[in-house]
Design a protein around this ligand. Structure first.
Ligand SMILES: Nc1ncnc2c1ncn2[C@@H]1O[C@H](COP(=O)(O)OP(=O)(O)OP(=O)(O)O)[C@@H](O)[C@H]1O
Ligand SMILES: [Mg+2]
Length: 252
């Protein structure tokens, strides 16, 4: 069974950035194969990995509602299409969820998709899900449990309170969350002592313990602007050292 790691957090806090850094870490440490799932309706994880998306699961679901070739079953069609949508890279694959259906649609297409995802999941050691703030897609993916939920926050006491509330949003989804941690992102470098104390104080003795703090990084901004893969970043970059240190404590 693969370990499932999912990202959560308010919009723009750094979920996609940290997903890319995490894939970098996993490849560096041979924690492979990894299935990365972009569960954001406005998919952009692929850009940080320099990959192109041709087909999303949302598009497949839509096709499945229409006519399919006569000689195959809907499950076979689904499986074939999902393999087409799977972007294969070295050590990991990327699957993009795309646009969700309208509200309340539990059509047959979703059941076919869930079955196909279940089968696919067995091929991987880790599944990493980059979410949008609403975590809409988590309920659709047929995940029964999440081994590790990483909630990302900006470096402020209020931001951390918001992160805690967001992590509570997973409760109605009826998915068992085995472990969850907070990552504070885009902290000023150097970190003022008062802020460091405040972050520690806000996270001590809560059910969302602090995994670590990532600095605001010019190297990340440059990497994003250049359009180069975040997987090319190495330990020469301070942000990679920070990220590896955090991940080494929480990824087993
Ligand atoms: N540590 C950092 N240092 C500098 N820039 C950062 C850092 N983390 C994230 N950013 C930048 O902040 C912006 C938002 O980051 P990102 O897209 O990862 O957030 P997100 O939580 O995935 O957003 P959304 O909710 O829209 O999916 C991006 O331009 C990213 O490059
Ligand atoms: Mg994102």
């Amino acid at each position: 069974m693969p370990k499932v790691i999912a990202m959560a957090g308010k919009g723009g806090t750094g979920k996609t950035t940290i997903s890319a850094l995490l894939i970098n870490y996993m490849l560096h440490n041979n924690l492979t194969p990894v299935l990365a799932v972009d569960a954001d309706a406005n998919a952009n994880l692929n850009e940080l990995l320099e990959l192109e998306v041709n087909l999303t699961l949302g598009e497949i679901r839509r096709d499945l509602k229409g006519d399919i070739p006569a000689h195959i079953t809907r499950d076979q069609f689904m499986e074939m299409k999902v393999h087409q949508a799977l972007i294969e890279a070295k050590g990991y694959d990327l699957l993009v969820m795309g646009q969700p259906d309208g509200p309340g649609c539990y059509c047959a297409a979703n059941q076919h998709l869930a079955m196909t995802m279940d089968k696919l999941a067995d091929n991987y050691r880790y599944i990493l899900v980059d979410n949008e703030a609403g975590m809409e897609h988590l309920s659709r993916m047929n995940l029964r449990s999440i081994d590790l939920l990483l909630v990302v926050s900006d470096p402020s006491a209020r931001g951390i309170l918001t992160a805690k509330r967001i992590s509570e949003l997973t409760k109605p989804l009826k998915i068992e969350i085995k472990e969850k941690f907070l990552i504070v992102n885009r902290a000023p470098d150097p970190l003022p002592e008062a802020l460091s104390d405040k972050i520690k104080e806000t996270t001590e003795n809560t059910d969302l313990p602090l995994a670590g703090i990532l600095s605001s990084s010019d190297q990340l901004i440059e990497q994003e602007l250049s359009g180069k893969s975040y997987l090319n970043l190495t330990e020469d970059a301070a942000i990679i050292q920070q990220a590896y240190e955090i991940f080494s404590k929480i990824i087993k």
